[in-house]
Each structure stands twice: as structure tokens, then as C-alpha cells.
Design a protein around this ligand. Structure first.
Ligand code: PMT
Length: 404
């Protein structure tokens, strides 16, 4: 990302003050940042603030008179590697959608070939108005990128969808759009995450401690690298990543159904979910009453989703995770072969800093040819990067690229 040129457009909404934090963060990341304000934005933030943070002159209007051949809207349009409009008001979105170039910001956007990211922020009724939604849908259909506003308390005193997302969320999207590594572009990737729950009665279940962090990190990385990601998640305790298609599946049976629906079109399946191996043989229809006697619940095996995929796979690359506590290498190798996987990521969940709930993991990656790569303690985001690197290096992945 270092050295790339980003143009930040700021329009006249109450969230304009947050543009200062964005500009400052982009500069800290080594980006070359130029800022264009609309006249309405001047009521909310001063050019001096943004100029000081951006370390470049802030523009509001085209210079008039004899300015030589410097034409800002063309110069910046050509220089831009990414355009970000934060916040984007309904008015500016409407102008961009209809090609109205009556200010420096909209005329520069009209003249650029760089990707444009818009972060709408406004009153909930304005956001939900069919006119605004139609403009957004149209812009999306011609390749503009959007960050959905968040729900919450709005400056106008109402509650609803319209808040500018936190700056780190916007930064992530900027990073994704500027990310050079687009090796998963055009790939359809299924990721499973979180833990499944098997009902005992209407209020109780058998579950596990999976937070979803490992699977979410993989889904996020795949999306960042250009994949179309379907994330099928059981029970999780953290926020899912943006930009992916999220499907909830709390039981093993439901997860199986959802995975099978999208499997035929998938290129890569990564199963980081902690799926129950057993479920109660019968589910009680009423809450089991407390008693003095021991209670025995008979369990029966669940369907092994990954094993089933291994039997029917065609072009798909199958990647499993193995959560082990003993004889990790031996057990993992057995799973790789039994489930007909291309790669298996094994984690010894008994080690400190590895496995469930934590932000880190310690994994080894097993290949079909017997090769094993071992890694030290890394963050789950780092592990996601290296798992996707390994998938992209598989000969079968390259064949898929040639076919598409
Ligand atoms: O979510 P976190 O808190 O971040 O924790 C991450 C994790 C520890 C859950 C993750 O790193 C992990 O190890 N996931 C796999 C857990 C697991 O179910 O392991 P397993 O060895 O029981 O299963 C092997 C593989 O078969 C897994 O890919 C699993 O998704 C799949 N499986 C298992 C049983 C089943 N009935 N169907 C399956 O598809």
C-alpha cells in the first residue's frame, strides 16, 4: 500500500469530522493522500485540519483565472489509485449516479478510472428512500464500491441505519481495494466457521467453544484477495467480516444442507468450523425436568460434511482443519486421507495460544504427498494469509485459473 495515491472526498454531513481520523490513518500507513471538500463540507470541517493531516493542499473548487495548464479535476483523476468519499451524502451519491459534475469532487470522480469507494452516512429515511437506494444499486452495478452504514443513534436524533462505520472498518476496505494480491479474483470460496449446536431439548444443546475467529479470518482474507465468499457460520462470538455472503447454520444438519447447496459452483472449500461429531439420538420436545436420578442421553454420530464433500468433489479444492489434543500428526494425516482433502490445517488445541477462542493459533499444514509444514505461534489473520498462499500454490488452483 505504501506510496499509493488515495483521494479522499468529504461531503457535507455531520460525520465529516471523522474524515480527519481517516486521512491521518492513511498518511500513517504511508499513502499519498489528497483531499477534496464540497462546499457543504466546509460547514462541518476546516480545510486547514485536513491539509495539516494530509500534508497536501486541500481543494474545494477548481482554481479560476490563469492557472497555467493545471486542471485539478483531471490531474487528480489521473493520479488517483483509489477514491474514497467519507461521508457520502445522499446529494453527492445522487449527483455521481446521474453524472452531475457541478463541483470539483463530482467532476473528478466523473473523470477518474480509479475504483471509487463511497461510505454513505445520513438520516435513516434518506438512506432507505427508494431514490437513494436506486442510485446506490445503479452505482454498484457499474462497479462502484460501498460500505454499508451502521445502525445506531443518528445525529438527527433518530435511530436507524445511517451511521458512518468505524474508521478501522473503512480502512480495511481501502486496504482490500488497494491490495495487489488478487489471486482469488473470480474464485468462489466457501468458508465454514464457528461451532455447531445439537439440540437435546428446546433449551439445551451440545456445543463447543469455537468463536468463529479462525474461519472469519480466512473468509476476510479470501474476500480481500478478490474471492466471492460464502461464509457458512454456526454459533460465533465475534462480528463476521464485511463483504461476504453470510449464511447462518447452527446445527450440523443445517450446515450440511447449506454447504451442499453452494458446493457445485465452488472452487475452494475451507472448513474451519468445529462441527459436532455426535448428536442426541432423540430430541425431547419438552424441556427435560430436573430429577434425582442420573440422566443418560444416547448420542449418535452426525453426518461428516467434509467426508461427504470429499466423495463428490470434482474441480473443488478441499481444505479441512483438524482440532487435535494428542498424536496430532498421525490423526491429522488420517483425516487428510479419509476425507480426500487437498490440504489439512492441524492445530493442537491443547497448546497455549492455539485453537479455540484466542486470536492466535499454532498450526501445521499437511499435504497429500506427505509433506508437513510447521508454523510457530501466529495471529489467526497471519494463518489465514499463509493458508490462502498455500491453496493458491496448488497445481489444481492454477488449472482452475486457466479454465476460467
Ligand atoms: O473458531 P475459533 O475459536 O477461532 O477456533 C478455531 C478452531 C479451533 C475451531 C479451528 O481452528 C479448527 O480446528 N476447526 C476444526 C474443528 C474440528 O471440527 O475439527 P475435527 O478434527 O473434529 O474435524 C476435522 C474436519 O472435518 C474439520 O474441517 C471439520 O469442519 C470437518 N467436520 C467434522 C465433523 C463433521 N461432522 N463434519 C465435518 O465437516
Amino acid at each position: 500500500m505504501v506510496g499509493k495515491t488515495v483521494i479522499v472526498g468529504v461531503t457535507g454531513g455531520i460525520a465529516a469530522y471523522k474524515a480527519a481520523e481517516l486521512v491521518s490513518s492513511l498518511v500513517k500507513k504511508g499513502l499519498n493522500v489528497h483531499v477534496i471538500l464540497t462546499k457543504a463540507a466546509l460547514d462541518f470541517i476546516t480545510p486547514l485540519t485536513l491539509e495539516t493531516l494530509a500534508k497536501n493542499p486541500v481543494l474545494v473548487d477548481e482554481p479560476t483565472g490563469s492557472q497555467g495548464i493545471y486542471v485539478p479535476h483531471i490531474d487528480l483523476a489521473l493520479k488517483a489509485e483509489l477514491f474514497v468519499v467519507v461521508p457520502a451524502t445522499a446529494n453527492t451519491i445522487a449527483k455521481i449516479a446521474t453524472g452531475i459534475a457541478d463541483n470539483l469532487l463530482t467532476s473528478t470522480i466523473l473523470a477518474t478510472k480509479a475504483p471509487v469507494l463511497l461510505a454513505p452516512s445520513m438520516n435513516v429515511n434518506m438512506y432507505e428512500n427508494p431514490i437513494t437506494q436506486k442510485n446506490i444499486e445503479f452505482l454498484k452495478s457499474i462497479g462502484f464500491h460501498f460500505i454499508e452504514p451502521e445502525e445506531g443513534f443518528l445525529a438527527c436524533g433518530t435511530v436507524g441505519k445511517g451511521r458512518l462505520p468505524a474508521i478501522p472498518v473503512i480502512l480495511e476496505e481501502i486496504e482490500r481495494l488497494l491490495c495487489l494480491k488478487k489471486d482469488f479474483q473470480g474464485k468462489r470460496v466457501i468458508v465454514t466457521a464457528g461451532g455447531t449446536r445439537e439440540a437435546i431439548d428446546p433449551v439445551r444443546y451440545i456445543g463447543n467453544r469455537s468463536s468463529g475467529k479462525m474461519g472469519f479470518a480466512i473468509a476476510k482474507e479470501a474476500y480481500k484477495r478478490g474471492a466471492q465468499v460464502t461464509l457458512i457460520a454456526g454459533n460465533t462470538t465475534v462480528e463476521p467480516p464485511q463483504g461476504v455472503k453470510l449464511i447462518r447454520a447452527f446445527s450440523t444438519e443445517k450446515m450440511r444442507d447449506e454447504v451442499l447447496k453452494v458446493f457445485p459452483d465452488a472452487d475452494v472449500v475451507i472448513k474451519a468450523a468445529a462441527v459436532a461429531d455426535y448428536k442426541p439420538k432423540t430430541v425431547e420436545q419438552s424441556k427435560i425436568k430436573k430429577g434425582e436420578q442420573n440422566l443418560t442421553i444416547e448420542l449418535c454420530p452426525t453426518v461428516d460434511i467434509l467426508k461427504e464433500l470429499g466423495k463428490i468433489k470434482d474441480k473443488q479444492i478441499l481444505v479441512g482443519f483438524a482440532a487435535e489434543t494428542d498424536q496430532v500428526a498421525m490423526n491429522a494425516k488420517k483425516k487428510l486421507e479419509e476425507k480426500n482433502l487437498d490440504l489439512l490445517v492441524a492445530n493442537d488445541v491443547s497448546k497455549e495460544g492455539a485453537g479455540f477462542e484466542v486470536d492466535t493459533n499454532i498450526v501445521s499444514i499437511l499435504y497429500r504427498n506427505g509433506q508437513v509444514e510447521e508454523f510457530p505461534l501466529l495471529t489467526k489473520a497471519e494463518i489465514a494469509t499463509l493458508v490462502l498462499d498455500r491453496i493458491a500454490a496448488l497445481p489444481r488452483f492454477e488449472c482452475q485459473v486457466k479454465e476460467s
